[in-house]
Design a protein around this ligand. Structure first.
Ligand code: PAF
Length: 324
């Protein structure tokens, strides 16, 4: 009895000691965008919210500009536990969980309303949850945005204008196949190496959101943007699952609430960012396409859609198409 009593006291003292010295947690977060980007601003916002909700116990250290590696390396680091949090283009996640390729079919989404229906509904939330099986916890979708076609040579209004152009894509086989089908000569490159590659003429063209183009000063080396809106890039926000599971219940609640608030904040910033960036680049020629001109690009994507359907299996592509 005495032994049991002593053990109970020890245990209680241990618990009290632990409760008093509630653990300080520093979350190490990395990403590939610049500090002026909405994704970086959102991580700073998340850091403030987390600190406020936990009396400064949970803080964040943020490493922008691919300092902790390319997007692919960042995802691997999340799996290994070398990095605690990141947001990356969903296109890169297809290499880890092929179901994500379903989001990469060009001209799938017409507008943000259909994007949010898919991402915030069963399909998007199911995709985030499916990351569990590859050692990643997905907690939200931030917004990189609708991607546009940019180049250093000329106004592009048709696939014929793009013929043979050397074009950078993300590390994603669907994007590579799609741009080949459009007539370009595509190759993948990590984002951190892109400015120099465009400057040196290794690539004539690339594609991405207008605000990202502006943040990275690509307007110094590329003068033409065609508004194709060909792909919507979500930024899944990821955390190492063990780090999340080590949070107390109260910290999990605080974390998820901070993520929710920050997601609303980030999406609002992102929705305005392209317009602001366009206004700030008077020397860039922006080209809008008529529905017929756009159809010349989108009509080449039938085989790509079939390719993705085969690759991902199941009915996820059909379910997305039904929502858009
Ligand atoms: O173009 C890319 O590689 C991605 O859009 C980026 C900039 C790394 C953000 O996810």
């Amino acid at each position: 009895l005495a032994a049991i009593a002593a053990a109970t006291t020890l245990c209680a003292a241990g618990l009290a000691g632990r409760a008093q010295a509630a653990e300080k947690i520093v979350l190490k977060a990395g990403h590939a965008a610049s500090t002026s980007n909405t994704g970086h601003q959102a991580l700073e916002h998340l850091a403030k919210e987390l600190a406020a909700k936990t009396d400064g116990r949970i803080t964040m250290e943020i490493f922008p500009n691919s300092q902790l590696g390319s997007e692919r390396e960042l995802v691997e680091s999340i799996q290994l536990g070398n990095v605690d949090m990141t947001f990356v283009s969903s296109a890169v996640l297809g290499n880890f969980n092929k179901e994500f390729f379903a989001l990469d079919i060009p001209f799938l989404f017409k507008d943000r309303a259909s994007v949010y229906r898919v991402l915030d509904g069963d399909i998007g939330q199911g995709l985030l949850a499916s990351l569990d099986k590859v050692g990643i916890k997905g907690v939200a979708y931030w917004e990189n945005g609708f991607r546009q076609l940019t180049n250093s040579k000329k106004v592009i209004k048709s696939p014929a204008d793009l013929e043979g152009m050397k074009m950078r894509t993300m590390e994603n086989e669907v994007h590579i196949a799609a741009w080949k089908a459009e007539g370009a000569n595509p190759a993948p490159l990590a984002f951190g190496e892109l400015f120099t590659a465009l400057q040196q003429g290794t690539f004539d063209a690339q594609e991405g959101p207008i605000n990202l183009f502006y943040d990275m000063k690509f307007n110094e080396v590329q003068k033409y943007i065609t508004k194709t809106n060909h792909v919507y890039s979500p930024w899944p926000l990821l955390i190492n699952p063990e780090v999340y599971e080590r949070f107390s219940d109260a910290d999990k609640k605080a974390f998820l609430q901070a993520v929710k608030d920050t997601t609303a904040y980030q999406r609002e910033l992102a929705q305005k960012a392209d317009e602001k960036a366009e206004a700030a680049m008077p020397t860039v020629t922006f080209t809008s396409l008529t529905p017929e001109e756009l159809a010349a690009f989108s009509s080449r994507m039938g085989p790509i859609q079939e390719m993705v359907k085969k690759k991902v299996g199941g009915d996820i592509v059909d379910r997305i198409v039904a929502e858009t």
